[in-house]
Design a protein around this ligand. Structure first.
Ligand code: SF4
Length: 170
């Protein structure tokens, strides 16, 4: 693919669930949930400085080969089922599985835009994120007390990527 890209000056749209492969092949990345973009940016912005909870949860499930790094990192587990795209939740589509959800999330659809707190700062966190409470997530952050009920599930149906959300495990 890369050879063809160089030869014919092509652009690809590459759709995949394997985030390691996506990073390898992509210059720009868009993370989607229930048919809408949750976050977009360069590969470095998305992989090193994700600000949307769904992206953070997905990335926390990517296998890490280095055992020391693996022990240090937090795992975010998502609970609950993926809602039907035919009848999505009001407001933010991710809210039924998001550990940060608040009342505003049910009332207002978050725009895909650079979050206000990052707007005046140049840096990799200043990229579009469809979240009312977008923030970067320090790796060593303690697990929140609130835990959603239900069991973990895999929204992609691959059985390989544990779904993020609700609780973080070390
Ligand atoms: S808008 Fe609310 S529910 Fe949606 S991702 Fe952000 S914090 Fe979670």
């Amino acid at each position: 693919m890369e050879k063809l890209q160089d030869e014919f000056d092509l652009s690809y749209i590459f759709i995949a669930h394997d985030l390691s492969v996506v990073r390898h092949i992509s210059d720009r990345v868009g993370v989607m949930y229930l048919g809408r973009f949750a976050e977009t940016g360069t590969d470095e912005e998305i992989y090193e400085h994700p600000t949307h909870p769904y992206t953070q949860a997905l990335l926390s499930a990517v296998p890490v080969p280095d055992p020391a790094a693996r022990e240090q990192r937090e795992r975010i587990l998502l609970y609950g089922d993926v809602p039907s795209p035919a009848d999505p939740p009001s407001g933010c589509r991710f809210r039924t599985r998001c550990w940060k959800a608040q009342e505003k999330c049910a009332r207002e659809v978050p725009a895909l835009a650079v979050p206000a707190e990052f707007r005046d700062r140049a840096g990799p966190a200043a990229h579009p994120s469809a979240c009312h409470f977008a923030e970067t997530l320090p790796l060593a952050r303690p697990a929140p007390q609130h835990v959603r009920q239900g069991g973990p599930s895999d929204p992609h149906g691959s059985g390989e990527t544990p779904e993020p959300g609700g609780r973080r495990d070390g």
